[in-house]
Design a protein around this ligand. Structure first.
Ligand SMILES: Nc1ncnc2c1ncn2[C@@H]1O[C@H](COP(=O)(O)OP(=O)(O)OP(=O)(O)O)[C@@H](O)[C@H]1O
Ligand SMILES: [Mg+2]
Length: 237
């Protein structure tokens, strides 16, 4: 997979200052301050601790009620369109992300507003489908793919745009061990861009450089992934 297209001098840094998020009068995140520039970042913590809300802040899908969010130098609150352009986002339920009748069309849709001409779009879609083992399914309806293949398609549709940062929210939750390992290997070893992985799979989280542990809407710990995860696991014994 080639490096991101719009190379910029902005550092690969995620910076939150005193971020609080209130939704439906409920405080979801409380005074979250965080600065990370690691290549692979795991986000862990209990159900409902605020991980997905944090992930959605990064590409402007969720607005903080106070505080600031900067991703690679872009103010995600003031400029959500630019944040979305730079930050690719993959959910755990790939069905929600599959929009077009065929696999190739679905990936091509992501390049709709890229300014690339048809030949370049076709070439880039083919390269991407080949990279994710989907080329023989290019003309198949997306609903005929297996769960793991749909997850790969969702990843391919996001990565074809070559984002600067990929945020994956529980990317392996629905996958069998083989596909979970395959997607995990792509996320950890193969992508050139910075990757944030929200996950309950501590084996995958441990392969990241840094882990951020959320607890009841706050960041409880940030540090080397093996240390943070070791401490988190000890909470359950
Ligand atoms: N749109 C919303 N309106 C009201 N409450 C919300 C909304 N979105 C999330 N919440 C609440 O915020 C809290 C944190 O949710 P979030 O989805 O960020 O947790 P999470 O750490 O990703 O959990 P999980 O591991 O279960 O995915 C939960 O209590 C959830 O019910
Ligand atoms: Mg979640």
């Amino acid at each position: 997979m080639p490096a991101p297209e719009h190379t910029s001098s902005a550092p690969a840094r995620i910076v939150l200052h005193d971020v609080s998020v209130t939704l439906d009068a409920r405080r979801i995140l409380e005074d979250v301050s965080l600065e990370v520039d690691a290549h692979r970042i795991a986000v862990i913590g209990a159900n409902g601790s605020g991980k997905s809300t944090f992930a959605r802040l990064l590409n402007g899908l969720v607005k903080p009620s106070s505080g600031s969010v900067h991703v690679h130098g872009v103010d995600a609150v003031a400029r959500p369109a630019e944040a979305r352009h730079r930050v690719g986002f993959v959910f755990s339920s790939p069905d929600a992300q599959i929009l077009m009748p065929t696999v190739a069309e679905d990936v091509a849709l992501s390049l709709n507003r890229s300014g690339l001409d048809r030949a370049d779009v076709t070439r880039r879609v083919e390269q991407t489908l080949a990279a994710y083992g989907l080329i023989e399914h290019a003309d198949a309806p997306a609903y005929t793919l297996s769960g793991g293949q749909k997850q790969l398609l969702a990843l391919a549709s996001v990565l074809v745009r070559r984002p600067h940062l990929l945020v994956a929210d529980e990317p392996t939750t629905l996958l069998d061990r083989g596909n979970a390992r395959r997607v995990g290997n792509i996320l950890i070893d193969e992508l050139p861009m910075q990757v944030v992985i929200v996950t309950h799979d501590l084996e995958l989280a441990r392969r990241c450089d840094v882990a951020v542990l959320f607890d009841r809407g706050r960041v409880q710990a940030v540090g080397a992934a093996d240390e943070i995860i070791g401490g988190y696991e000890r909470m359950f014994v």
